[in-house]
Design a protein around this ligand. Structure first.
Ligand SMILES: Nc1ncnc2c1ncn2[C@@H]1O[C@H](COP(=O)(O)OP(=O)(O)O)[C@@H](O)[C@H]1O
Ligand SMILES: [Mg+2]
Length: 291
């Protein structure tokens, strides 16, 4: 099974949002990492075939998805970044409604709804109104609806935004379980979402593909660029002016430990540190590290 993107581009008016992106996916979880505005949602909408690209093609098992049309919709499940739920629907009623929209025969729909509710751990909440659910429960309903047609490709756009840490872990584990025999594409700007479950990480920046590699290979790539150095409080601004500074930890009276991303040694007293995905994010993006 494979999903292949070839020379994909998308412009809105003059603005180029995706620029000549080529990527190949096979079964497993992929993290699509990028700062806000880097083109993640646009890419996912094209892959979910709700948006047409300006150029390039997408192939599922070597067939152009434009030619596949309905057959492609049958193999994809999509959880958009912002989902409108019917707040007064119960979880069960909402799923039966979506099943009908997806064209599942009534006899089949009931069993399928039971199955996906079980999978996302919401069987006992099936009669609860979605409007009263927690953020994590809503996202699990969102995944459940995306799974109704047993998709081969599951596309989830920033699903963990707004979830508390416990809900995030639960959601992550759910995706890992679902990814057996499926392609799961998960976009996020939160690195801890993908650290443990992503087979590969795709880094998008300003609409361009920067890297696609396993988390370990990406980390190895910055192995000699992560430093820590102990400094006095008054020295912090000059380091921040010259380097990408990540965590600033207080280690004693007026002494701080700076984590610095730099191609060369930032200070004679700096020591090398083992990189993590937060460092990676900081290395590729200038913004504050998302946590
Ligand atoms: N329908 C649209 N019309 C015009 N500009 C858009 C549209 N959708 C997205 N954009 C622009 O494209 C860029 C990438 O957006 P998006 O794909 O949502 O990125 P991300 O999901 O990574 O935050 C942004 O600058 C955004 O303003
Ligand atoms: Mg987005």
């Amino acid at each position: 099974m494979n999903l292949t993107i070839k020379n994909l581009s998308k412009s809105f008016g003059e603005k180029k949002v995706l620029d000549d992106v080529s990527i190949e996916f096979s079964a497993g979880v992929y993290g699509i990492l990028g700062a806000n505005g880097s083109g993640k949602t646009t890419l996912m909408r094209i892959l979910a075939s709700v948006l047409k690209p300006s150029g390039g093609q997408v192939y599922f098992n070597n067939q152009d998805i434009v030619g596949m049309d309905e057959a492609y919709r049958d193999v994809i499940g999509y959880l958009p970044q912002h989902v409108g739920f019917y707040k007064n629907f119960t979880a069960e009623k909402f799923l039966l409604y979506i099943a009908a929209l997806k064209g599942l025969p009534k006899e089949q729909a009931k069993g399928k709804v039971d199955e996906v509710l079980e999978l996302v751990g919401l069987s006992s909440e099936r009669k609860g109104k979605v409007g009263r659910f927690s953020g994590g429960m809503k996202q699990r309903v969102g995944i459940a609806q995306a799974l109704l047609n047993d998709p081969k490709v599951l596309i989830v756009d920033e699903p963990t935004a707004g979830l508390d840490p416990k809900e995030r872990i639960r959601f992550r584990n759910l995706l890992a379980k679902i990814a057996i025999n499926r392609i799961v594409l998960l976009s996020t700007h939160i690195v801890s979402d993908i650290e443990f479950i992503a087979r590969e990480v795709v880094i998008l920046k300003d609409g361009r593909l920067l890297r696609k590699d396993s988390p370990q290979d990406l980390l190895d790539g910055i192995a000699d660029k992560v430093w820590s150095v102990k400094v006095a409080e008054s020295e912090i601004p000059s380091f921040q002016a010259k380097f990408k500074v990540g965590n600033i930890g207080r280690v004693g009276d007026g002494v701080f430990d700076l984590r610095i991303l730099s191609d060369s040694k930032p200070h004679p007293a700096a020591v090398n540190e083992a990189p993590n995905l937060e460092d990676l994010y900081l290395y590729y993006f200038d913004e504050e590290v998302a946590s």
